[in-house]
Structure formats: C-alpha cells, structure tokens
Write a protein that binds this ligand. Structure first.
Ligand code: COA
Length: 232
C-alpha cells in the first residue's frame, strides 16, 4: 500500500525556498535518510528547521496544515481538546477538562521559535484556520537521546478523514530529516485500535506489547509499542 503523500506549503521566503524544494522530505514519504554520525554526536539540527519554524507552516496537506501554535489558537484548541474520549487515550498530563487557560499555557510553552539546543517539536494541526489537533515529539535524554516519543490527538469532529495518517506520515519524515534522531516511537493503550491502525498505515512496526504498563482512569492496561527507525 502506498504511504500517504504531502507537500510543503507556501509562506517560505525566497532565500530558503531553494533549500526546501531540494529537501527530500517534501517529495513525499519515503525511507528516512539517517542523519550523519557527526550531527548525531553534536546533537545539532539542520538549518532548515529554523527557517521553517520561523515561517510558521511546517507541512501543507491541502485540506489542513501543520504549523506553530499562536495565541489566537487558544479558543479552538481548548474547544477541540476538551473531550473525554480524547483524554481517555492520552496520558494524564493532558488536562481534562481542557480549559482556555490550559491552551494558553501550552501555547506559551511550545509556540516559541526553536533553538539549536531546543528545536521546536510540538505543532498544531490546523483545519481551515481552526486548531483541530496536535502533534509533537517528546525528545528522549541521556543514551536514549537519539529517540523521540510521538504524541498526537485530533478533535472528534475531524476523525475518520485520514487527517492523522497524513499528519504522522509527514511529520515522521520531517522529524527524521531535521532532528538528530534515529528512532520515533509511540505508546498506544491496547484498546485504542484507531491509533494503532494509523501508525501501521504510516509504516510503524509493532515492536511489542508492554503488559500492564499503564494505568488510565483506575484501570491497568497494556501498551502497544510502535516504532519507526532510520534504515541501517
Ligand atoms: C487516533 C486518532 C488520532 C485518529 O485520527 P484520524 O484522523 O481519525 O485517523 P485516520 O482517519 O487517519 O485513520 C483512522 C483509521 O483507524 C480506523 N479505525 C477507526 N476506528 C477503528 C476501530 N474501532 N478499530 C480499528 N480501526 C479503526 C479507520 O478505519 C482508519 O483506518 P483505515 O484508513 O484503514 O480505514 C483520533 O481518533 C484521536 O485523536 N483519538 C484520541 C487521541 C488518541 O488516541 N491519540 C493517540 C494516542 S496514542
């Protein structure tokens, strides 16, 4: 089955369009290219990430965009995130109820331009100007710093349109191209079949079932570990 396609959007300045159009990740999803050993060692990110995060739009998928969060997202972000069914599939640190104050705190935390040491990794999924969902990478530390844990959610009104499949496919490639990492993984509660399905559609491999690894709403559950790694 072909993997989902996406393309980079407008909003890029003249000076960077050359670099971006020659960058492989805009030509559609494919096997990620490993970052060089020296880049990994120095834990540096490519200059493209700075240019693109400054431009705000990361990926344009036509009927939606992935971009940096801005303060104006607070109302729609909180409206879409404030949902028990979404919370039930996420870690407890995702607030419920999800208020405008939570949205503003999150925007303040992650809506800043990236730096070399702290690249921007959390984005909003923008459907027709509405903050419909979120996608981000929790960078790992110490010897695991070559990896990141993927997190994502989408407002219920937008489910079932293939949005998250395209978002994860695009962002996985983007992260591999722009961060010094070799592995992206996601942990899915075993009852969350839609999320497992989306990861499979995006080329993630089920590496294992972590038995009784999490507790959600008082119930101990298994977690499914999915990952994509750069090729050897
Ligand atoms: C999981 C989630 C992100 C999916 O977003 P989405 O945009 O609706 O996903 P897509 O439309 O791209 O794909 C959904 C897939 O799941 C499938 N699916 C839906 N319900 C399903 C079920 N009960 N069992 C199995 N597959 C199911 C759909 O059929 C579709 O697969 P297909 O294209 O092969 O038919 C969204 O439901 C969500 O935000 N859930 C709550 C938060 C969450 O679970 N986050 C992930 C935590 S690990």
């Amino acid at each position: 089955m072909p993997l989902p396609q996406y393309s980079l959007s407008a909003g890029l300045t003249q000076d960077f369009s050359g670099d971006i159009t020659t960058s492989p990740f805009i030509r559609g999803l494919r096997e990620p290219t490993p970052v060089s050993a020296s880049a990994l060692e120095e834990s540096r990110v490519s200059p493209i990430i700075f240019a693109m995060t400054r431009r705000n739009t990361i990926i344009d998928c036509g009927d939606f965009k992935i971009r940096t969060l801005v303060k104006a997202d607070a109302d729609s972000l909180s409206a879409n995130a404030n949902d028990y069914e979404i919370w039930l599939n996420l870690r407890d640190r995702f607030p419920h109820p999800y208020t405008r104050k939570h949205a503003l705190e999150w925007i303040d935390l992650v809506g800043k331009p990236g730096t070399r040491e702290n690249p921007q990794v959390h984005f909003v999924i923008d459907v027709e100007g509405e903050a419909a969902g979120g996608i981000g990478l929790l960078m790992q530390t110490d010897v695991s710093r070559v990896g990141g844990e993927l997190g994502y959610w989408l407002g219920k009104r937008f489910w079932g349109r293939g949005i998250m499949t395209r978002a994860i496919a695009g962002m996985t490639d983007w992260y591999f191209q722009n961060l010094p990492i070799t592995r992206i993984y996601a942990l899915v509660f075993d009852y969350n079949q839609p999320s497992a399905r989306v990861l499979e559609k995006c080329g993630y491999t089920l590496e294992g079932r972590l038995k009784k690894a999490a507790i959600k709403e008082g119930k101990v559950v298994d977690e499914l570990l999915y990952a994509r790694v750069v090729p050897d």
